[in-house]
Design a protein around this ligand. Structure first.
Ligand code: SMG
Ligand code: MG
Length: 368
C-alpha cells in the first residue's frame, strides 16, 4: 500500500452528562482523530487518551505530539506500509499505546477498505451483535444514582457497572442490588482508588454477588492484586494494569486477575488486543471490551473486537446517545440490549462531514 499522508484532527464533543470517576469528572471529550490517506481509500482511527493524564500517563496534547513528531513520520517512511509493519515501526518508541493504537487502527482501516474486508472479519468476530453494558459514574446521592440506573435499564442495558471510590462503594452497591434484585448483572470499577489496607472494606462488597471488581489497586501493583484476591471473594478484573499480552499472562499466572478488561487503546492497538483475547482464552480467563467514551469511530472497532468468541461478558460498549447528542458517525443504537457489529469494509462507518465540522477544533496534514 502507498500512502499520501496523514491528517491529525482535534475535536471536542460535550458529553450528555458529566461522567465522574475516582480520578475526576469528564464534561467535554477532547479527541485526536487520525485519517490515513492512500490513493484509493482513507482510514480512520480514534485516540482514546483523555484531556489530562489521570486514567493513565497519556493525554491528548502528548498523543498529538508523539503522533506528529514520531509515529506518523515512522509510518510514512515505510516503503510498503501495512498494519504489521506499522506495529513494528511504532514499537521502537517507548510508551504512548493510545497514540500508537489510533494510527495503527487508521492504517488497518484503510487497508481493509481497500480489500473490502470488515474489521470484524479481519479480527475473527463470531457474532452479529454484542451485548451492551453501561458504566455509571459517581453521583452526589444514592437516589440520583437509582434514577440514572432506572433509565439505563429501561433503555435495555444488560449489565450495570458502578464507578466506586472510598466513600462511594458499599452503600450504592447495596442500594442497586436491593432495588433490582439478584438477576441484575452488576460490577464495580475503582480506577485504582484503593490500597491493600482496604482489603477488609472491599470484602464488604462480597455479599452483593458482583460479577467483578475492576482495578481496585494502582496500575503497577500486580502483586497487591494477587494478595487482595486471597482476601475478597469477588473476582478481580484488571483494566489499567493490563498493558500487553505478556503482562496479561503474568497477571493471570500470579493470580492477580480472573477476568480481563480489554481496551485496544491501552494496549497499543487491535493486534495486541486480539493477542490478549487469545492468551486469556488459552488460560480460561473471560474478557470483555472496555470503553473510553469513544465516538462512533472508536466504537465501531471496539464492537467488532467484542464479537470475538472469548468476549463472554457484556462490555462498556454502550449506544452513542449514552455519551453524545450527536455522534460524528451514524449512531450506534441499542437493539434489545445489543449493539450491531458493522459489516461494511473497514470500520463500516465514517464520519459525517457536517457533524465532524461542527466539532473540529483544528486539523493538520502530514504529507508523505
Ligand atoms: O466508554 O462507556 C465508556 C466508559 C467506560 O468506565 C468506563 N471507562 O476505567 O473503564 C474505565 C473507564 C475509563 C474512562 S473514564 C473517563
Ligand atoms: Mg476501568
Amino acid at each position: 500500500m502507498k500512502l499520501e499522508g496523514v491528517e491529525l484532527r482535534r475535536i471536542a464533543m460535550p458529553l450528555v452528562a458529566p461522567f465522574r470517576t475516582s480520578f475526576g469528572t469528564e464534561l467535554n471529550r477532547e479527541v485526536v482523530l487520525v485519517r490515513v490517506v492512500s490513493p484509493d481509500a482513507e482510514g480512520w482511527g480514534e485516540c482514546v487518551a483523555m484531556s489530562a493524564p489521570r486514567y493513565s500517563s497519556e493525554y491528548v496534547d502528548a498523543a498529538a505530539d508523539v503522533l506528529r513528531r514520531f509515529l506518523v513520520p515512522a509510518l510514512l517512511a515505510l516503503p510498503d506500509p501495512d498494519v504489521y509493519g506499522a506495529e513494528r515501526a511504532f514499537a521502537r518508541f517507548k510508551g504512548h499505546p493510545m497514540a500508537k493504537a489510533a494510527l495503527e487502527s487508521a492504517v488497518l482501516d484503510v487497508s481493509l477498505r481497500e480489500s473490502g474486508t470488515s474489521f470484524g472479519t479481519f479480527l475473527g468476530a463470531v457474532h452479529d451483535t454484542v451485548p451492551a453494558g453501561v458504566s455509571v459514574g459517581i453521583m452526589d446521592s444514592v437516589p440520583e444514582l437509582l434514577t440514572a440506573v432506572d433509565r439505563y435499564l429501561d433503555e435495555g442495558y444488560l449489565r450495570i457497572k458502578l464507578k466506586i471510590e472510598p466513600g462511594w462503594d458499599v452503600a450504592p452497591v447495596r442500594a442497586v442490588r436491593e432495588r433490582y434484585g439478584a438477576e441484575l448483572l452488576l460490577q464495580v470499577d475503582a480506577n485504582t482508588a484503593y490500597t491493600l489496607a482496604d482489603a477488609r472494606h472491599l470484602a464488604k462488597l462480597d455479599p452483593f454477588d458482583l460479577l467483578l471488581i475492576e482495578q481496585p489497586l494502582p496500575e503497577h501493583d500486580l502483586a497487591g492484586h494477587a494478595s487482595l484476591a486471597q482476601l475478597v471473594r469477588t473476582p478481580i478484573c484488571l483494566d489499567e494494569s493490563i498493558t500487553s499480552a505478556a503482562v496479561a499472562v503474568h497477571a493471570i499466572n500470579i493470580g492477580a486477575t480472573r477476568i480481563v478488561n480489554i481496551k485496544p487503546g491501552r494496549v497499543g492497538g487491535y493486534l495486541e488486543a486480539r493477542r490478549i483475547h487469545d492468551v486469556c482464552a488459552a488460560h480460561g480467563i473471560p474478557v470483555w471490551c472496555g470503553g473510553m467514551l469513544e465516538t462512533g469511530i472508536g466504537r465501531a472497532a471496539n464492537v467488532a473486537l467484542a464479537a470475538l468468541p472469548n468476549f463472554t461478558l457484556p462490555g462498556d460498549t454502550s449506544a452513542s446517545d449514552r455519551y453524545y447528542t450527536r455522534d460524528i458517525t451514524d449512531p450506534f443504537v441499542l437493539e434489545d440490549g445489543h449493539v450491531r457489529v458493522p459489516t461494511g469494509a473497514g470500520l463500516g462507518v465514517e464520519p459525517d462531514p457536517d457533524a465532524l465540522d461542527a466539532v473540529t477544533v483544528s486539523t493538520e496534514w502530514l504529507a508523505a
